[in-house]
Design a protein around this ligand. Structure first.
Ligand SMILES: C[S@@+](CC[C@H](N)C(=O)[O-])C[C@H]1O[C@@H](n2cnc3c(N)ncnc32)[C@H](O)[C@@H]1O
Length: 296
């Protein structure tokens, strides 16, 4: 169960979800015709210790990511969002944006693997131990950021704008924001505060990209918590806030931004990917949308 001021590192609680999605990206990127490839995901997973390397080597058949239903569906989910948000940053920088903020960056390695125009500054916000694991792992592997990357160790439920400004963020400069895999780990109220803060720090011309997971219906909760071999679904469910919450695209539209939303499965279909075998109401991918908003 979550509590108000709870904390974690890369192997515990919410921090471990960063490793889980990195593992899904590593496995998914091996598929022929993969929509997106994140070669650094495997570097993190191998550095993660425990059973992570065995999962990548196909030796953990009971792991949720190895399951033909949920595992395949979740891998496709990660590929879709990786491509969608990679393309988002390419478009945002092509439109002239030079200030980037990745909220709950986890093991997002875009600072290390995408090309960025000279002069772009990228702020990564997450818990200190998560950012530290990322920096140390990639440094030991010989990877360097391809952008002016600034770590901002914070709790996104607390006063993070002060820390962001202290690291050189300029609210008068248009920003490209990203919240991928974050909202469900915040309460509905904390999500509203996050959106209000993004809005208050966004100069005209700013962009925001958000992954939204709708509230899981009872059948999805049952599928998650009961059908899992090793209880990983129940463990994940204990980390999220499955409460009704503000619709992202509607919130941004109501605050004067133009917002575009696409269902994740529609996005996969539009990119010629195979249909999922998981009921759309029983797994996160069927309940996920990808949203991009632009402030005129
Ligand atoms: C599922 S991971 C997603 C990471 C990354 N965005 C990605 O898609 O690979 C969730 C991340 O949210 C971070 N996170 C969740 N709640 C947070 C909070 N209150 N403050 C800072 N980071 C938070 C966790 O530490 C973790 O890295």
């Amino acid at each position: 169960m979550r509590t108000e001021g709870d904390s974690w590192d890369i192997n515990t609680s919410v921090g471990s979800t960063a490793m889980f999605v990195a593992a899904a990206r590593a496995l998914a990127g091996r598929r022929p015709g993969a929509l997106a490839v994140d070669p650094l995901a495997e570097v993190f997973v191998r550095a993660g210790g425990g059973e992570w390397a065995a999962l990548l080597d196909g030796e953990l058949s009971g792991h949720p990511l190895s399951q033909p239903g949920f595992g395949q569906d979740f891998q496709q989910h990660q590929l879709a969002r990786t491509k969608y948000f990679d393309d988002y940053f390419r478009a945002a920088t092509a439109a002239g944006l030079r200030q980037v903020v990745i909220l709950a960056a986890g093991l997002d390695a875009r600072a290390y693997r995408l090309s960025w125009p000279d002069g772009t500054v990228l702020f990564e916000l997450d818990r200190p131990q998560v950012l530290e694991f990322k920096r140390e792992t990639l440094s030991a592997h010989g990877d360097k950021p391809r952008i002016d990357r600034r770590e901002v160790p914070v709790d996104l439920r607390a006063d993070w704008p002060t820390a962001l400004r202290a690291h050189g963020f300029d609210p008068a400069t248009p920003t490209a924001w990203l919240a991928e895999g974050l909202l469900i780990y915040l309460t509905a109220d904390a999500q509203d505060r996050l959106f209000e803060t993004i809005d208050s720090l966004s100069a005209s011309g700013s962009w925001a990209a958000v992954e939204q997971l709708d509230q899981l219906p009872a059948e999805a909760v049952a599928a998650m918590t009961e059908h899992s071999d090793n209880n990983a679904g129940a463990e994940w469910f204990s980390l999220i806030y499955n409460d009704p919450r503000t619709d992202t695209a509607e919130w941004f539209a109501a605050h004067g931004w133009t917002a575009d939303r696409i269902g994740l499965r529609d996005y996969l279909r539009a990119h010629g990917q195979p249909e999922s075998s998981v009921d759309p109401n029983e797994g996160p991918s069927g309940l996920t949308s990808l949203v991009t908003a632009v402030r005129p």
